[in-house]
Design a protein around this ligand. Structure first.
Ligand code: FES
Ligand SMILES: [Fe+2]
Length: 443
């Protein structure tokens, strides 16, 4: 791939954190230079979620999305292989595909008409005879991601040729992900399209919350919980106070889930559909009593999901103080249509753009961001001390877990963020700079 040289020096971000003591400087949510460093050192080297495999049924099917702020096309080639390319024409850089999704034989740029096939090859250049003899058409295909792989239906890619394989990058988190992805031997699929909405708020506010924050549920979502509880008064005190667990991963991922059998906020039709004995057999008691009840999770850096609500989502960064949320509805493939529909509607009611929980969350993030630009307010120290020192191997759940009400996974998220921000990415190594020069001058 081709990358511009690093446009500005990178900062050492160690001073923004004292994670051993649970302290975070709020500057990381609003600083423009740090944001650009994130694009270089967090988004460029990490595995990022692109799409669900079920969005591609036949050769030519495509879906356009973003990796960080980079526009990409994900498409199934004639060989049925999924590939992802930078959605930027090699001539003047215009997007070669401006549709959200569809099916095509070729992506033709609407500026001067350069045309690329579904394997990224440049197949047509209008007025080709006017290019010099050394113009090598086969060198000017779309820029492809360095690696693309799937995990149980989820499609991820990275620009880094040096990133570890996807399975390794997910680590122990797959045990928790399988509570959503592996309930059905047939796997999962997405239904409907993608909901997209813009929020004022740094992308990390949402990503860290989905990794870590059950704390806000009973306060921020009090009215939604009242609506959903059988008594109309919200969950009983013993349920509210009954702990679950929160998983914190050295790779920055995180998940939280209550373990009280009544801490379920699932749809009745969907709940009645499941054979819980069979699920226990398939996933084990710990998972059925934990992460398949109700929970939240983030795969570092910006992919999150809610296993019971069937919501998978990406927090696309759009500047330091803005994000665009893209959310899909996920169902088990074997569900009868009426159960799929019940899950889809439940997803919409709870975590669609107007969902009774989603609106509370968005309001919180925007409200946090609204004052983050202030000179004093924007540079104050935030408290991430909940659950500090209480994390352990609990013998039931893989990896390190702590109490449900904890900032543990947020501390893990920022530990990973800090370390990546302080590490030159592969494209900053002298070796990469040399090969770039060679590639850019194909003569
Ligand atoms: S910018 Fe695409 S053909 Fe010119
Ligand atoms: Fe929430």
């Amino acid at each position: 791939m081709t990358l511009s040289r690093t446009p500005e020096p990178s900062a050492d971000v160690s001073g923004y954190f004292d994670l051993e003591r649970g302290l975070v400087d709020r500057t990381i949510f609003s600083d423009g230079a740090l944001y650009r460093q994130e694009l270089r050192r967090i988004f460029a080297p990490s595995w990022l979620f692109l799409a669900h495999e079920s969005q591609f049924k036949k050769p030519g099917d495509f879906f356009t999305t973003f990796m960080g702020e980079d526009p990409v096309i994900v498409t199934m080639g004639r060989d049925r292989r999924l590939r992802a390319f930078l959605n930027a024409c090699r001539h003047r850089g215009m997007r070669v595909c401006r549709a959200d999704a569809g099916a095509t034989k070729a992506f033709t740029c609407s500026y001067h008409g350069w045309s690329y096939d579904t394997s990224g090859k440049l197949i047509n250049v209008p007025n080709g005879e006017d290019y010099p003899g050394h113009f090598e058409q086969d060198k000017w295909g779309l820029i492809e991601v360095a690696q693309l792989d799937t995990y149980k239906g989820l499609v991820f890619a990275t620009w880094s040729p040096e990133a570890p394989p996807l399975r390794e990058a997910l680590g122990d988190m797959t045990w928790y992900m399988d509570a959503m992805l592996d309930r059905d031997p047939e796997g999962t699929e997405v239904v409907g399209g993608v909901h997209k909405w813009v929020l004022e708020g740094n992308w990390k506010l949402a990503a860290e919350q989905f990794a870590s924050d059950w704390y806000h549920v009973n306060i921020s979502h009090a009215s939604a919980l009242m609506v959903l509880s059988p008594t109309g008064k919200g969950p009983k005190k013993d349920i509210v106070q009954t702990p679950g667990r929160q998983y914190t991963d050295p790779l920055g991922h995180g998940a939280g889930f209550p373990t009280h059998p009544k801490s379920r906020f699932d749809d009745r039709v969907v709940h009645e559909y499941y054979d819980y004995d069979a699920l226990r057999e398939r996933l084990g008691d710990a998972r059925v009593e934990g992460p398949t009840t109700t929970g939240h999770a983030t795969i570092f850096p910006n992919f999150s999901y809610l296993p019971v609500n069937g919501s998978i989502r990406v927090w696309h960064p759009k500047g330091p103080d803005k994000m665009e949320v893209w959310a899909w509805a996920l169902v088990d493939k074997s569900m009868p249509d009426e159960v799929k529909n019940a899950q889809r509607l439940y997803n919409l009611r709870t975590f669609g753009p107007t969902g009774i929980f989603e609106q509370d969350d968005g309001e919180n993030w925007s409200e946090c961001q609204a004052t983050a630009g202030g000179f004093v307010a924007g540079g104050m120290t935030l408290n991430y001390q909940m659950g500090l020192g209480l994390e352990a191997q609990d013998g039931v759940h893989p990896g390190t877990t702590g109490r449900l009400y904890s900032d543990g996974a947020a501390r893990g998220f920022y530990t990973r963020w800090r370390d990546l921000m302080n590490t030159p990415a592969w494209h900053e190594q002298p070796k990469a700079a040399e090969s770039r020069t060679a590639e850019e001058d194909p003569r």
